[in-house]
Design a protein around this ligand. Structure first.
Ligand SMILES: [Cu+2]
Length: 137
């Protein structure tokens, strides 16, 4: 039920690569009410010093959730940083339930959160996906 088929080879590739890295935030799925949200980033995991393309796949049961407005904010818990308030609005590809946006720079190593606002069918929910980024060696 939680297996997501990505329509683009790019994401198949990034998923396969993530399988090698052992990262804990790869393609994880969280439930928010009736919705199942899966998030992937390219690169995965994100890298310090650059931004990432963020792809959120939202389903209700087996069906794509096409009637959502999705955005996210990107921040480090417990640390005020510029960009904390920036809202990245995600764009859906057709009625696919797949929403994309490029976020801001991950300017430091450490713990980050992508906090999504999911407004679907009159219900607004927030879903957090944590990422732990290593400083470059
Ligand atoms: Cu910081």
């Amino acid at each position: 039920m939680l297996f997501i088929k990505y329509p683009l080879a790019l994401f198949v590739l990034s998923t396969a690569m993530a399988g090698c890295s052992g990262g804990s935030s790869d393609g994880t799925t969280q439930q928010a009410g009736d919705f199942f949200m899966s998030v992937n980033t390219t690169p995965n995991p994100p890298e310090v010093g650059s931004n990432a393309e963020v792809v959120a796949t939202i389903k209700t049961g087996d069906q794509p959730s096409a009637n959502c407005k999705v955005s996210f904010q990107q921040h480090m818990p417990g640390m005020e940083m510029s960009g904390d308030e920036t809202v990245y609005n995600m764009v859906q590809e057709g009625g696919s339930g797949v929403y994309k946006a490029r976020g801001g720079e991950f300017s430091m190593g450490g713990d980050w959160v992508l906090e999504f606002t999911l407004a679907c069918d009159g219900t607004t929910q927030r879903v957090k996906f944590p990422y732990s980024l290593k400083w470059p060696e």
